[in-house]
Design a protein around this ligand. Structure first.
Ligand code: UT7
Length: 333
């Protein structure tokens, strides 16, 4: 899917982000796993990640981020037409976590559903909402990326257990002035890589049993090396295409907000694109990989610390399980 509107017209009206308080250092993980701070830092860039308290579920983080985004946008919950929750770690396999959010925030008019595109989910949701808004079947929509990945860690596999954390980010989308908002957006998938990032059991292919749980199959599995090689190629390719659709060059971009899966992937992509460090957003050292929440949390923090200012142009790229990817160029308001 590709869309280009160099005139803008649909954009982000408000943002919210929530990270659980509990920070878990690499040293703390090394007490539980055969790993070290040195290995994790040098191979991934991660220093710590946040874990939600036991009583906190994905929808709790999603609701808090959604409330912030609505307040920021000055939009009442009753004005929402659609709520999309992008998550890989829903409260329950069904119904949708978005339905819980809808009831809790009091968005009585909104249709609500979850979107499963793993780490690309939030940008997939942005792509869908902008289409709905342009078509006239939505005025204001809420798209949330929320994860409690600490519940689906495979503690038998140190190569994935150290990577992930919990958190949520949300955005309200709606009509904006001409020239502002989403200038281009694309989303794609390559299902040949289906097995590379997977929870093997707990679905119709292999139902959850005591044996699957004991074998760690109801948890996160990844073929890290394959995903790494793919991402280093795919991220610059998607970014180049999003720029082309927007009619812009890399020199026009003020801030690059990539998915935070591995600092080495971010650095390789930025170098290939010719983007210097000061124009590349990185927060993986503090949060690890929070999947669908990475990009909205990144946007929220970049704006909060003055790295993303009105009038600036933003390039964002997500990638993950599916395999899936998505990229967008926006003019910030
Ligand atoms: O958001 C979804 C998208 N996900 C990604 O983009 C992730 C992409 N992949 C990666 O980020 C990296 O592949 C990993 C961080 C997952 C792994 O890094 P790597 O440099 O590819 O390591 P590797 O899997 O090739 O393993 C290298 C060595 C192995 O030991 P030997 O066989 O060389 O003796 C592993 O057993 O590192 C070992 N290792 C560890 N050692 C200490 C793997 N994990 C750990 C660990 N601590 N946590």
């Amino acid at each position: 899917m590709e869309f280009s509107s160099r005139a803008g017209g649909v954009g982000i009206l408000g943002l919210g982000a929530v990270l659980p308080e509990r920070a878990v250092s690499n040293d703390e993980l090394a007490q539980r796993l055969d790993t070290s701070d040195e290995w994790i830092r040098t191979r991934t860039g991660i220093r710590e990640r946040r874990y939600a308290a036991p009583e906190v579920a994905t929808s709790d983080l999603a609701v808090a981020a959604a409330r912030q985004a609505l307040a920021d946008a000055r939009i009442a919950p009753e004005q929402l037409d659609w709520i999309i929750c992008a998550t890989t770690s829903p409260d329950n396999p069904f119904p949708a976590t978005a339905s819980r959010v809808q009831a809790t925030i009091g968005a009585g008019r909104a249709a609500a559903f979850d979107l499963m595109a793993c780490c690309s989910g939030w940008l997939y949701g942005v792509a869908l909402l902008q289409g709905l808004i342009r078509s006239g079947s939505c005025r204001y929509g809420l798209v949330i990326g929320a994860e409690v990945l600490s519940r689906i860690i495979n503690w038998q596999d140190r190569s994935t257990a150290v990577l992930v954390g919990d958190g949520a980010g949300a955005a309200v989308l709606g009509p904006v002035a001409e020239g502002a908002g989403i200038l281009s957006i694309l989303a794609g998938s390559d299902g040949d890589g289906y097995e590379h990032i997977i929870m093997p059991a707990g679905g119709s292919r292999m139902r959850a049993t005591a044996e699957t749980v004991a074998a760690g199959l109801n948890a996160f599995h990844m073929n890290g090396r394959e995903v790494f090689k793919w991402a280093v190629r795919q991220v610059p390719e998607a970014a180049d295409r999003a720029l082309e659709l927007a009619g812009l060059g890399v020199g026009d971009i003020d801030l690059f907000v990539p998915h935070q899966a591995n600092l080495r992937i971010i650095e390789a992509a930025a170098e290939r694109l010719g983007l210097p460090e000061e124009r590349t957003w990185v927060n993986i050292e503090r949060y690890g990989n929070i999947s669908a929440a990475c990009i909205p949390v990144g946007l929220y923090e970049a704006r909060a610390c003055g790295r993303l200012l009105p009038g600036q142009r933003l390039l964002t790229v997500a990638f993950g399980g599916g395999l899936t990817w998505a990229a967008a160029v926006m003019r910030w308001m």
